[in-house]
Design a protein around this ligand. Structure first.
Ligand SMILES: [Zn+2]
Length: 117
């Protein structure tokens, strides 16, 4: 269940960003999740609810956007969308594609109220 440690990390980043932006509270946050990331979406949402509790983003709406995965073929250099990590090249059929996007989980944006509003 590494979703819990990811959630704790994200909660910490949210706290830092909120402090940086001088937010009194965070009402919503958007995460970007690569389609090849080894993360269970529901488990992550559940873990985040707990990790955010008592912090600046307690009760915030969490949205998760998917990121399509892309890979580069080592044989022909073609960059292509991939549905699974060990798929062959669409152009030349070679195996061993190097994944260049789609395994990441990151905080994309946060929304909240500035202090003094
Ligand atoms: Zn190829």
């Amino acid at each position: 269940m590494h979703e819990f440690s990811l959630a704790v990390e994200i909660a910490q980043i949210v706290e830092d960003k909120a402090a940086e932006a001088d937010l009194a509270s965070v009402s919503g946050l958007t995460l970007a999740l690569g389609s090849l990331a080894i993360v269970d979406r529901d488990a992550l949402l559940f873990a985040l609810e707990g990790a955010l509790r008592g912090g600046v983003a307690d009760g915030a709406d969490v949205a998760i956007e998917g990121i399509a995965a892309f890979a580069r073929c080592p044989a022909c250099g073609e960059e292509q969308p991939i549905a699974e990590r060990f798929a062959p090249c669409l152009r030349c059929g070679a195996y061993g594609l190097k994944v260049i996007a789609g395994t990441e989980l990151k905080l994309k944006s946060i929304e909240g109220l500035c202090r003094g509003e």
